[in-house]
Design a protein around this ligand. Structure first.
Ligand SMILES: Nc1ncnc2c1ncn2[C@@H]1O[C@H](COP(=O)(O)OP(=O)(O)OP(=O)(O)O)[C@@H](O)[C@H]1O
Ligand SMILES: [Mg+2]
Length: 459
């Protein structure tokens, strides 16, 4: 629901208030609908989609609180309501908040104030509706069941996923920083494709020792080597009529790469020790957070395989580019972990939201998920505060205090990789060299951290 298309219902028996609201809000692109009584308001809500109600307290028929109570038992109980009153009493304000009013403001209201409460009210409504839809639809939209996001970059990612899933192409490459959700995207591509009823076989290319990768992927024929007692189907064959997800493709040993190319181009596989090719119908979805162009330059990755995979590249955006999705995800994870740990936590404080938004999330969604998990686990209150997230260490790139840097670093002329390196080394230093601790703070796997350190020759 982009803010500019939101429809706001103004309910006030005083037409001057209608004019005040129109003046303050109409030029912001909101669609304003105005009525003069509580009954008319309820009637409008039954027939039109409204995103926020600005509700007068004192009206001739039903008062604002009575209308609010009826809204909460209607078809759209998450609808945002702001009570605007001529003379606010403490009791009416308490009652309004108890019924979930987003705000309670007293007249006269300035245009600026109106715009601010509307902006906030719409945001809260958006999040609540999303969570409700998510909970209600559950299994209905299996394809995006686990992918939370409403920001523009995520919407366009969803569109790409839908197009790619439906197309008959035989390979897809998913790129993106660590922790952005590449494995969820791979699953969504499978779920949305005509192959969804077939198998989804996931292989983590760094998890299998390199001398076993070939056997695992392509299988063995009886007698292929001394211990091979019987024929073994490889993972490629197991993915027949389905999807083979090669996670961390950048780490597939060089010797295996031409064979994978063969699977994609010729749709054939040969078991180890086998003499015949076996036809396979498998879509390969590969993912990497590695710069494959660089790996090609250094001779670690074959250019022909890269170009073949990269026909349809899908890039998962980093979390810092997803705007308020950070909050959506934070609420989503808070609910999930609260349920899992049996906690009563149900909200994130506005100050904490601010710091979540301004954090740079180098470990992306994984880092956020870990931060929320830790916070929910440790907290005994209902609302998570800024300090519960312990984000201080990674809020901004910290100047590297490496001996050679000497003076302050000029970030404006520093490459992203250098910033990343400085940041990682800094966190590692603060974690007293404890890699698993550092990896947890950074929101990456220890494997990823180890690899990075190795790349930089830090181990
Ligand atoms: N949009 C999202 N909605 C909900 N959960 C998400 C989303 N994106 C990622 N996650 C969660 O964040 C964690 C990290 O995601 P995932 O493992 O898919 O990252 P990745 O891109 O494969 O990272 P890496 O490159 O380090 O392997 C997982 O627990 C995943 O469930
Ligand atoms: Mg992954």
């Amino acid at each position: 629901m982009p803010e500019t298309q939101a429809r706001i219902l103004v309910v006030d028996d005083d037409p001057i208030m209608h004019a005040v609201c129109r003046k303050a809000l109409a030029d912001k692109g909101y669609d304003i609908v105005a009525v003069t009584s509580g009954r008319e308001c309820l009637d409008k809500l039954r027939h039109e989609v409204i995103d926020l109600v600005l509700l007068d307290y004192k009206m001739p028929d039903l008062n604002g609180i009575e209308v609010l109570r009826l809204i909460r038992t209607s078809d759209d109980p998450e609808l945002g309501v702001v009570i605007i009153t001529g003379k606010g009493t403490m009791n009416s304000a308490i009652e309004a908040f108890r019924l979930g009013a987003q705000d309670f403001v007293t007249k006269p209201v300035s245009s600026e104030q109106l715009r601010a409460v509307v902006r906030q009210g719409l945001e809260v409504t958006r999040i609540k509706r999303h969570l409700r839809r998510f909970a209600r639809e559950g299994k209905k939209s299996r394809q995006f069941e686990y992918l939370v996001g409403e920001s523009a970059p995520m919407q366009s990612l969803f569109e790409t996923i839908i197009k790619v899933s439906a197309s008959p192409i035989s390979s897809v490459l998913i790129r993106g920083e660590t922790g952005t959700g590449k494995s969820l995207v791979a699953k969504a591509i499978h779920e949305g494709s005509p192959r969804a009823s077939g198998p989804f076989i996931q292989v983590n290319c760094t998890a299998i020792p390199s001398d076993l990768v070939e056997m695992e992927l392509f299988g063995t024929e009886k007698g292929a080597y001394t211990d091979a007692q019987e024929r073994k189907h490889g993972l490629v064959e197991q993915a027949q009529h389905g999807t083979l997800f090669l996670d961390e493709i950048g780490h597939v040993p060089a010797a295996i790469q031409p064979k994978l190319l063969n699977v994609i181009e010729e749709r054939k596989v040969r078991r180890l020790g086998g003499r015949e090719d076996i036809e396979v119908d498998v879509r390969i979805v590969a993912a990497t957070n590695r710069n494959l162009e660089k790996a090609i330059d250094s001779g670690d990755f074959r250019a022909d395989l890269f170009y073949r995979l990269n026909v349809i590249p899908i890039t998962v955006p980093p979390l810092r580019e997803r705007g308020r999705d950070v909050l959506l995800l934070a609420h989503h994870f808070t609910q999930g972990f609260a349920k899992e740990f049996g906690k009563t936590v149900r909200a994130v404080s506005p100050m904490a939201e601010k710091s979540l938004i301004s954090h740079s999330w180098p470990g992306n969604v994984r880092e956020l998920k870990n931060a929320v998990e830790r916070a929910v686990l440790l907290v005994d209150r209902d609302v998570l505060q800024e300090t519960d997230f312990s984000l201080t260490i990674t809020t901004a790139p910290v100047s590297p205090s490496t001996p050679e840097s000497g003076s302050q670093t000029d970030w404006a002329t520093t490459s992203l990789e250098e910033v990343e390196k400085a940041h990682i080394l800094n966190v590692l230093q603060r974690a007293h060299g404890n890699r698993s601790h550092a990896a947890r703070i950074l929101g990456v796997s220890t494997e990823t951290l180890r690899r990075k350190l190795k790349e930089w020759k830090q181990e």
